[in-house]
Write a protein that binds this ligand. Structure first.
Ligand SMILES: Nc1ncnc2c1ncn2[C@@H]1O[C@H](COP(=O)(O)OP(=O)(O)OP(=O)(O)O)[C@@H](O)[C@H]1O
Length: 774
């Protein structure tokens, strides 16, 4: 078995191996034939044609390959309608609605009709299968995909006329929120992408891009790809128009260029969100290049922001594979790189652009000084030439800060992607992310936000930022068509992947946790028959860096030398140098390391294809953190992953939120009674007996973790949380012995024997608290 192949993302999934592969029992057993999570057990009609064996056998009524239904969507949501996006329609002249017999559909879909132009735009190739609205609805529903229009720019414009008198404004404000919500949220059933081959046939993506997708072995789209790619890709005729224009055919329809959509996509971990945002970005840049000629672009056309270096590097690698030989350059942003003109060029920016910058800086003096130094260093740094820039928020922001602490604009950026958007818009990163967002000054900036979890506050923030960006940037371009904001949800929002087994194990104390972990490491000696066992490779998450280091020291010699010994176990956290982090990541991907101890640094986005499990040695600090941590296994629909969460008495107040996520995931699994059969998961009695944490407790947990495990806690409490198999009594004896040695040494060198001023003694005690003592 080639473990390298199992763990490495660079593995190409050959079509032959994925097609008739037997059902893998473990994630490390290889790729699933079908990477989808939902829709396997549904009626034949609801399945993708490609999965029915013979797509050609599908019976279709004559003429169904073309537009079959005369249905309509409100003009403002008809975002593929080129004609309606001309100057004639943006001011609110609604075209006549097309009424057809299908308009009155079951389930009261009168207001949920698909845009005929959307269909027309998508069905450009008569030979590609075209599905009726009902079929679209069935497929989307069976794959648990829900697409909703969140904002409707034209409606907003109508509702907020420029001169409203005070009374009217007050009245508008008093409108019940529910009414406003109801009016604005419209469910859509666009054509799903049933096969990657349709990307070229129906959506006219670049030939080279299509070949690169095929070379990666992707054939069946996952749910998020199935739902989002048709929304994000420009219709093929826009591509054709671009080509016409680039060939000097000015007779072409200048208005045929679609302006795209802004998207919030919430889909399970490991469900292929990365290529879902990369494909449209690469394709759009290729199209733009075709349209604008082949000159050197003035700066990056797209920016992808991710919260960690590891994730950013992974996205850049994936992007390079997809853009290979297309001419699109994808760069990973590193310290010292320069992406915008130097300060002399900056001075030449228009007054309006510089004004934009002025109101953005609000940082401390110390930060200002260091950013000035960084600014000077940047001036010396070379100007990076990239079409797509993949970055963490701080690295890019540092590169954008001028020596006088302003943030330079990025007028060339047309596509902004926020991966793990909820964490990027969380207080920790919010200011940095927002500064980057504000710096993207292109009037028709398209934004997409992706994550497996997204709170309503994040949705609201995204929505208001998109709207204010539009108002600000499009101000001078009144009459320019605006694009709707759509939300796509796959499965149950904020829930864990349904294809893994969850175990919630009470270990009473810290020592109990260590013993439980050792049982997992040595399953042959395990007496635990309560569920599926955990096989390496796996990840272990701790709450803090000192705890990760302490656990690493404790487990270092647990793997017998004949199995590779201490080289099989590693630790990775933010205190390590970039080189050390890279080295550990590579060793884990190659299968040289079997057990990787880490913090929440690796909880999000990082894709180790074949890891068999995740151990939450310390309980995660929120439901979302649980979803992301356990989502490192069970990727791309792989079965057999195990997630074990150990908890002690101190964790009891916090465990309910995790138990609820597990219960929801098991419900979603749609296999009634399975958790009872294998003993995994959460029993109802446990769910009922766990205390419900208050909102304040949840917030506190999110911000600080479990209090006694914080690095700063010391004294008796900290000793309780120490990672060690030695009993309190043993540790006390050891400390006394150590103390006696210190005193004896002090006596010899004539230093103080008792009392605080002995620095060395303090250091020894500090060591104790941090878990490094042994
Ligand atoms: N259509 C597909 N068929 C087979 N494998 C796929 C497909 N799409 C993506 N994958 C694989 O699935 C794995 C997970 O993809 P990715 O990292 O994009 O997931 P994600 O949704 O971004 O997860 P997370 O929420 O954890 O960031 C990758 O190894 C990727 O190559």
């Amino acid at each position: 078995m080639d473990i390298f192949k199992l763990l490495s993302r660079s593995t190409k999934l050959s079509k032959s191996s994925s097609k008739g592969a037997p059902q893998a029992q473990l994630p490390s057993g290889g790729q699933n034939a079908n990477p989808q999570l939902f829709g396997h057990d549904t009626s034949e009609d609801a399945q993708l044609p490609e999965l029915k064996g013979n797509s050609g056998s599908r019976k279709r009524k004559r003429g169904q390959d073309r537009l079959v239904q005369a249905v309509s969507l409100p003009a403002e949501l008809d975002f593929f309608d080129d004609a309606k996006h001309t100057g004639d329609n943006v001011h609110g002249d609604k075209p006549p609605r097309e009424h057809g017999p299908e308009e009155e559909m079951e389930g009261g879909t009168t207001d949920r009709q698909l845009a005929p132009r959307l269909k027309e735009a998508i069905v450009v190739n008569g030979s590609a299968p075209f599905l009726s609205e009902e079929e679209c609805r069935q497929i989307l529903r069976s794959h648990k995909i829900k697409i909703t229009a969140l904002s409707d720019p034209q409606q907003q414009e109508e509702e907020a006329p420029a001169k409203q008198n005070g009374k009217k404004r007050r009245k508008a404000k008093e409108q019940p929120i529910e009414v406003a919500k109801k009016r604005k949220k419209i469910e859509l059933y666009p054509q799903p992408l049933t096969s990657f081959s349709q990307l070229r046939d129906k959506y006219g993506i670049s030939k080279r891009l299509a070949e690169n997708i095929e070379a990666q072995g992707y054939t069946v789209p996952t749910e998020v790809q199935l739902g989002s790619l048709p929304l994000l890709l420009e219709p093929a005729k826009a591509w054709a128009a671009a080509q016409q224009e680039s060939q000097g055919d000015t007779q072409g329809d200048n208005n045929s260029k679609s302006h795209g959509v802004d998207l919030l996509a919430i889909a399970p971990t490991g469900s292929g969100k990365t290529i879902a945002f990369l494909i449209p970005v690469i394709n759009a840049l290729l199209r733009d290049r075709n349209q604008d000629g082949h000159g050197e672009p003035a700066g990056p056309g797209a920016i992808i922001v991710a919260p960690t270096k590891e994730l950013a590097s992974q996205i850049a690698n994936e992007g390079r594979k997809l853009s290979s030989t297309t001419g699109i350059r994808i760069a990973l942003m590193r310290k010292g790189m320069n992406v915008v003109p130097s300060s002399s060029e900056y001075k030449e920016l228009s007054e309006h652009e510089r004004d934009e910058i002025d109101d953005k800086s609000d940082i401390s003096d110390a930060a200002a000084e260091s950013s000035q130094r960084a600014g000077r260093a940047r001036e010396q740094g070379h100007m990076m030439k990239a079409d797509v820039l993949v970055t963490t928020p701080l690295t890019l922001l540092n590169a954008l800060k001028t020596s006088d602490d302003m943030v330079k604009l990025l007028p060339s950026v047309r596509y902004l992607v926020l991966d793990e958007a909820d964490v990027l818009l969380d207080p920790l990163f919010r200011d940095q992310t927002m500064s980057i967002w504000q710096a993207c000054s292109h009037p028709q900036l398209r934004v997409s936000l992706w994550s497996a979890t997204m709170g309503s506050n994040v949705e609201q923030l995204a929505k208001s930022t998109i709207e204010s960006h539009r108002a600000k940037r499009l101000g001078p371009l009144k009459g320019t068509p605006q694009s709707p904001l759509l939300r796509l949800v796959v499965g149950l929002k904020d829930s864990a992947v349904p294809n893994i087994s969850h175990k919630l194990t009470y270990a009473a104390t810290e020592q109990g946790k260590l013993m439980a972990l050792r049982q997992l490491l040595h399953p042959t000696t395990s007496t635990d028959s309560s569920g599926p066992s955990l096989r390496p490779p796996f990840l272990i998450f701790t709450q803090t860096i000192p705890r990760a280091n302490a656990l690493y020291s404790e487990l270092l010699y647990d793997i017998p030398p004949e199995a590779g010994g201490s080289s099989r176990i590693a630790v990775l956290h933010a205190d390590l140098s970039d080189t050390a982090r890279d080295r550990v990541m590579t060793a884990f991907r190659k299968g040289e390391v079997w057990v990787l101890i880490t913090t929440d640094l690796l909880a999000r986005g990082v894709d180790f294809r074949g890891i068999n499990g995740v151990v939450n040695y310390d309980v995660p600090n929120s439901a979302a953190a649980y979803v992301h941590r356990v989502g490192r296994t069970g990727r791309a629909g792989r079965e057999g992953g195990v997630a074990v969460t150990l908890y002690t008495e101190e964790d009891i107040p916090h465990v309910r939120i995790i138990a609820q996520v597990i219960a929801a995931a098991e419900k979603l699994r749609d296999k009634a009674g399975e958790s009872g059969v294998n003993g995994a998961g959460v029993q109802q009695w446990l769910l009922d007996s766990l205390p419900q944490p208050s909102k304040r407790d949840r917030q506190r947990l999110k911000m600080r973790g479990v209090e006694i495990r914080r690095a700063s806690v010391n004294g008796k409490e900290a000793r309780k949380a120490k990672i060690s198999t030695k009993s309190g009594f043993e540790r006390k004896v050891e400390n006394r012995r150590r103390g006696a040695m210190v005193r004896s040494q002090s006596r010899k060198i004539g230093g103080p024997v008792d009392g605080a001023p002995n620095k060395r003694r303090v250091a020894v005690e500090d060591d104790e608290f941090e878990g490094f003592g042994d």
